[in-house]
Design a protein around this ligand. Sequence first.
Ligand code: CA
Length: 213
Amino acid sequence: MKLLFVEDEKRLSEALSHLLRKKGYVVDTAENGETGLDLATTGFYDIIILDRMLPGIDGIAVLKAFRSQGFDTPVIFLTAKDSPRDRVEGLDAGADDYLVKPFSTDELLARLRALSRRKNKDFQENTIAIAGLILDPLRGEVVKDSTTIIQLSVNYGQVLTKARIFEKVWGYSSEIEFANVDLYIHYLRKKLNTSLIKTARGVGYYLEDGDDV
Ligand code: CA
């Protein structure tokens, strides 16, 4: 599971990331709203933990911008004040859950588990497994080992280079050869019986109706 933790309080950010990594999560951090939104919209995270009070763009604005771009990644919202109005605002902006600071790390871990269970359940009902990868046509995601690798719907019309696909799917340290990207794309096209996956010759692949470039 890949987590994005957007939090400007350095000590909290460091302590919590350390703990989450020890629990087996892959954690990226952002110290302000702008970087948080940039990273979030790569579509590579399974769950986002987002603080409300951030310098620059605050958490509510980050969340609204994120949702308005069509992302449905689960978001746990962190608020410092526990007033019903704050919670309502967070949930209305598109949060799936919230925690009031200071919170116990056990509670955060339990909520992360609950969100991943929900994600996995949605997932199993609508997915296609192929060659060790799982494709979720509803969400437009390709997933391996419970981690979203590529969010196709978001990358629609945008060329994904072979190097990027290779890095995301297998990682650079993998034994698998680079040429396998072409082979797997071939499997995907065949299995899905679709002409939507186009080849950008010498570069990579993209999703689009119409002819190859
Ligand atoms: Ca803060």
